[in-house]
Design a protein around this ligand. Structure first.
Ligand SMILES: Nc1ncnc2c1ncn2[C@@H]1O[C@H](COP(=O)(O)OP(=O)(O)OP(=O)(O)O)[C@@H](O)[C@H]1O
Ligand SMILES: [Mg+2]
Length: 286
């Protein structure tokens, strides 16, 4: 027999035979609404985080693709030149062999140096260094870097002067990476200076609220047209090429990445034939 039960029994009693009051219903509803709102907020937060992570991954992916392209392009020239030299070793007179072999050796070393630099760069791109940030005493850091270049400066017949500033607040950063950045800058100053002095100094700039590290040299300088591309990967300056000073053009790209990760900025002033001054500004640890 088909009977419509709903018609016979009041709806409320089907749902809950113990009849709940309107007040109670409202309380229950309020409770569930609050729960749902909290869940919704949490969901929005998580979605945003996922979107951010996704965006970062996409950026990294593009960066990697570009890096691989750049690297492949940059490897072509030295590889072609090595092949050419090997052909010459076979064909040229025996007395020229040593010269060709030395050229090959130099090119292979350059490739090795390039690979080291590329690894440095990818390490910086791929890791999240903020996880390893610590208070860093800039004078301790820079004095280590300067000491490590003592021999190199001596061999190049340059004076290397270290002027630590006083009352510097600590900065917040990753020691190893900061060391790498200042090593690249000091190494460049020595490499691109044929005679004179490389001066490294630190100071506190109260107006700009920054710890300042300056690396100044009396070297070959940088042509104005090179300045805009100085921090791009693989860019080499005209004067450096003209002076036949070798390099891969990756050092400053590495420096820029590291300084940016530390919320710092880098400035350069240079005059051809007079010298160059790089200035790094880092925010103090709050
Ligand atoms: N102190 C400096 N004096 C003159 N030129 C400089 C100086 N530092 C950098 N440069 C110029 O900037 C270019 C890029 O420097 P970067 O350190 O990135 O590469 P590199 O020195 O050529 O090679 P790498 O550092 O990878 O061995 C150099 O090729 C050079 O032209
Ligand atoms: Mg360099």
């Amino acid at each position: 027999v088909k009977t419509d039960l709903r018609a016979a029994v009041p709806l409320q009693e089907v749902v809950n035979p113990q009849k709940i009051s309107t007040q109670e219903t409202n309380l229950v509803l309020e409770f569930f609404t609050a729960e749902m709102m909290a869940a919704h907020d949490e969901l929005v937060k998580r979605t945003r985080k996922l979107e951010e992570a996704n965006h970062r991954l996409q950026e990294l992916d593009q960066l990697k693709t570009r890096l691989v392209g750049d690297v492949a392009h940059e490897l072509r020239a030295p590889l072609a030149s090595i092949l050419l030299k090997i052909d010459l070793v076979e064909r040229d007179k025996p007395e020229n062999q040593e010269r060709h072999l030395n050229d090959v050796r130099r090119q292979v070393r350059r490739l090795g140096h390039m690979i080291e630099n590329i690894l440095d760069l990818t390490r910086i791109y791929m890791t999240n260094p903020i996880e390893r940030f610590l208070d860093v005493d800039v004078n301790v850091l820079i004095s280590t870097v300067v000491k490590a270049h003592h021999q190199e400066a001596l061999a190049a017949n340059l004076s290397l002067v270290w002027k630590p500033g006083s009352n510097l607040p600590p900065v917040y950063g990753e020691l190893e990476q900061l060391e790498r950045a200042f090593t690249n800058l000091t190494g460049n100053a020595i490499k691109y200076t044929l005679a004179g002095t490389v001066t490294v100094m630190t100071r506190w700039d109260g107006d700009r609220n920054r710890v300042v590290v300056e690396i100044a040299d009396t070297g070959i300088g940088i042509a104005p047209e090179d300045v805009p591309r100085l921090f791009s990967r693989f860019h080499r300056g005209r004067l450096a090429e003209a002076a036949n000073i070798t390099g891969t053009g990756l050092g400053l790209a590495i420096v820029k990445e590291i300084i940016e990760i530390h919320n710092g900025t880098i400035e350069v002033e240079s005059e051809a034939g007079v010298g160059t001054r790089f200035r790094v500004l880092l925010p103090p640890r709050l």
